[in-house]
Design a protein around this ligand. Structure first.
Ligand code: 5GP
Ligand code: MG
Ligand code: MG
Length: 180
């Protein structure tokens, strides 16, 4: 057990079916952007993006490579820390290559701003970003992903890879946490 959680229920916000349809549409956009690429490196941000990247990669009929970065952003279960640290870096170099960074949620924007800055300094050919969820009202730094799955209000969400104190990643839908 990593942390204690007060009693809560999860209210469904985005169904598994709606997510699947959106992922399919996003994959078409990515195809259009990267058609003819020699190799596209999908960079997933651990751990929240692991389900999204797994579904997305299977919709892509392109030569892809999959790699991961782990950045710490949340100091505890529900509160963001503004300081971003890289806990695990890429295995492969990305110089001169096409890169798509895959994130679960853009919240304050600090994490992706930091990660994109770091990856751009390695001079990839093209670097694009995709996030399944966006909370635009929470932004503290100006950051926009190139593609977003769903724009959502300021609610703490779980499911489809996203956790509450390491739980609920296995839910097939996105739901919001409501304390009871
Ligand atoms: P940012 O640096 O944009 O504030 O942080 C983004 C990260 O915060 C996301 O990748 C995610 O890990 C975490 N985060 C933001 N909102 C939520 C949420 O509603 N639920 C969970 N579990 N994590 C969140
Ligand atoms: Mg994340
Ligand atoms: Mg988390």
């Amino acid at each position: 057990m990593s942390e204690t959680r007060p009693p809560y229920v999860i209210d469904e916000m985005i169904s598994a079916k709606a997510i699947a349809a959106r992922v399919e549409a996003l994959a078409k956009d990515i195809h259009e952007e990267f058609a003819g690429t020699e190799q596209l490196v999908l960079v997933g941000l651990l751990r929240g993006s692991f389900v999204f990247i797994a579904d997305l990669v299977r919709e892509l009929d392109l030569p892809v490579e999959v790699d991961f970065i782990e950045a710490s952003s949340y100091g505890n279960a529900m509160e963001s820390s503004r300081e971003v640290r890289i806990l695990k870096d890429l295995r492969s170099g990305i110089e001169g290559r096409d890169v798509l960074v895959v994130e679960d949620i853009v919240d304050t924007g600090h994490t992706l701003t930091h990660v994109v800055g770091m990856l751009k300094s390695r001079t990839p050919a093209r670097l694009k970003t995709i996030a399944l969820l966006d909370k635009p009202t929470r932004r503290e730094v100006d950051f926009r992903a190139d593609w977003t799955g769903f724009s959502i209000p300021d609610e703490f969400v779980v499911g489809y890879g996203i956790d509450y104190a390491q739980r609920d990643r296995n839910l097939p839908f996105i739901g919001k946490v409501r304390f009871t």
